[in-house]
Ligand binder design. Structure first.
Ligand code: GRF
Length: 210
């Protein structure tokens, strides 16, 4: 019997290029996982269009239609449960996630941030690292919690800033690193290779996963 493939629910707010990298990795056979549903908090998020093009259910949940943050997050949880999601992946989702979702998927909610956390958290990590003048920047994939960019770190990839870089070339290098690292971590999750203990995480060797 083939192993069951992991079902990933992706949360987005915008363009969805990370979502696209995950879909592409899955379809190319690089992931033991499929994107089961994409949820956006903006109706016009281009990532929803990417999902539709890939024949993946695309759901817009309008925060304004819910009285409370809690009710909104409950709706997100229900949508993920309806699509039998195993892992929640935040990919450019620019809001906090409520405990309604976090508690339903313990240690099963990931976020990606375009900086080496804990440096440069927040919504302009790339610009902030550039303006600060760092020589080594990078990307972080971490477990999400109820704070922004704060949960246990799973993986980081460094990106050097070279003298001939511009903010544009730097940004492109950051995104390239994201498109490599996020599918990689999702595959580790699919193989059961990510162990978490407190704030510490360990990636088990390939042979130790399932
Ligand atoms: C990415 O840089 C991600 O790290 C950040 O928001 C951006 C989303 O881009 N949280 P996209 O929607 O995946 O193109």
């Amino acid at each position: 019997m083939p192993e069951k493939r992991m079902r990933v629910g992706v949360l987005i707010s915008g363009g969805g290029t990370n979502l696209q990298a995950i879909i592409d990795a899955s379809r190319a056979g690089r992931l033991d996982a499929d994107v089961a549903v994409v949820i956006a908090n903006h109706e016009g998020a281009y990532g929803l269009e990417r999902a539709r093009k890939a024949h993946i259910p695309a759901v817009w949940l309008d925060r304004a239609a819910y009285d409370t943050f809690s009710a909104y997050n409950h709706a997100i949880r229900l949508a993920f449960e309806e699509h039998e999601v195993d892992l929640v992946v935040m990919a450019g989702y620019m809001r906090l996630l409520g405990t309604e979702v976090l508690n339903a998927f313990p240690n099963r909610v990931l976020n990606i941030h375009p900086a080496l956390l804990p440096s440069f958290p927040g919504s302009s990590g790339i610009r902030d690292a550039w303006d600060y003048g760092v020589k080594i920047a990078g990307v972080t994939v971490h477990f999400a919690n109820e704070k922004f960019d704060e949960g246990p770190i799973i993986a980081q990839e460094a990106v050097s800033i070279e003298p001939d870089d511009t903010i544009e070339t730097f940004e492109a290098k950051i995104h390239e690193a994201e498109y490599r690292l996020y599918p990689q971590v999702i595959q580790w999750m699919a193989r059961g290779r990510v162990v978490i203990e407190g704030r510490g995480t360990t990636i088990l060797p390939q042979s130790a996963g399932r």
